[in-house]
Design a protein around this ligand. Sequence first.
Ligand code: SF4
Ligand code: SF4
Ligand code: SF4
Length: 410
Amino acid sequence: MENSLYLAWSSESEIQKTASSGGAVTTLLKFALENKLVDAVLAVKKRDNSRFDAVPVLITDPELIRETAGTLHFAPLNMAKFVKDYLDGARDTRIAVTCKPCDARAFIELAKRNQVYRENLFLAGLNCSGTFQPAVADQMIREVYGENPQELAMEEIEGGKLIITLKDGTTKEKDLAELAGQGFEMRENCLRCSCKIPRMADIACGRWGNNGQAATFIEICSPKGHEFVDAAARDGVLVTEAATGKQIEERRQKETEAVEHALAREKRDLDGLHDLSHEERLKYWVGHLNRCIKCFGCRDACPICFCKECYLEPYRDCIAGGETPPNIMFQLVRLSHVADSCVNCGQCQDACPMEIPLTRLYNSLNRELADLFHYIPGVDVDAPPPLTTATDQELSIDAPYIIEEQSSAR
Ligand code: SF4
Ligand code: SF4
Ligand code: SF4
């Protein structure tokens, strides 16, 4: 199936006013719910109207979809984890989910392990130029932009700048490099993230290519994506226009620039580590991991951690309870389980109270595995994960605590 490219916007003026880029995604989700293409929509909603705090909300009333309109760069949520842990992987419910590329990649990896039911999910992918940790962003708006964070109406990342719009309409922009120089960087994983357009989702939506118009550039990536967009367009709630060559080229250029930037950062961050001898590398990582207080935050935040009964629980006798720093096996167990499927979402590092650069560890191993097996987690939609570290029993809640040996590579 060839992906189709459109510019789209809502025909409802109310949605156009509140949503960004013409409100195509908001309209599509509302239409899907109204017309029973899905049973529920999982989207992100600001808490207390703050752009620095957001929660996932499961919506069954189409009129409430509007409350989730717009994108947030300062509240990176963990949508796949939410569906896996709290919505039974969408086993019996058809759910449309808004997702960043790393969320979409996590859904793909989880589906390969039967932990979410891809056939019941409609993934409304949102292009992503990166996100900031909420506390970092809040401080940055106060100290660098000199503004009250609660006055923020919108933020966008464009052309290497972070542009903010205040509620009174004033805009201010700063160079991302300049912000980094003052200690205000995006999340480390985002800086290295080269998956900017989530083509593994059913649709990939964003501003790139809209040439400043109030419209969303939609790339349709699956038959389900076609079905939803075509139905909404036929109904008239969504206005679509085939993207022009110029718009497609503009989008391609922006994506290429962003990817090149991320790859350069990855090279900068990881090549130094790869150049170290084995002993030096071990020393570097043991130095970091020895600060671990075994809070389990990284495990609990990781969307990919798949065991229903974790090896790291003390009663499983793999790692002794109560010891800090834990035996190095604590990290190695997690590493061996998720290294081939880590989607670089950064949730582990965000959760770590000891600020251990966990994504650097996973990213570095993941890069080696990607070279070895030609497999990019969550991007290669149909290929199985290259390493098999989980038995069928582990993936089941009824797993006996006996680990069967399996071949480590296919
Ligand atoms: S890892 Fe990539 S997709 Fe995820 S929030 Fe960061 S830039 Fe966006
Ligand atoms: S290991 Fe960290 S970066 Fe990788 S998928 Fe898990 S939480 Fe995300
Ligand atoms: S989040 Fe950090 S401190 Fe907590 S267990 Fe993981 S590595 Fe250790």
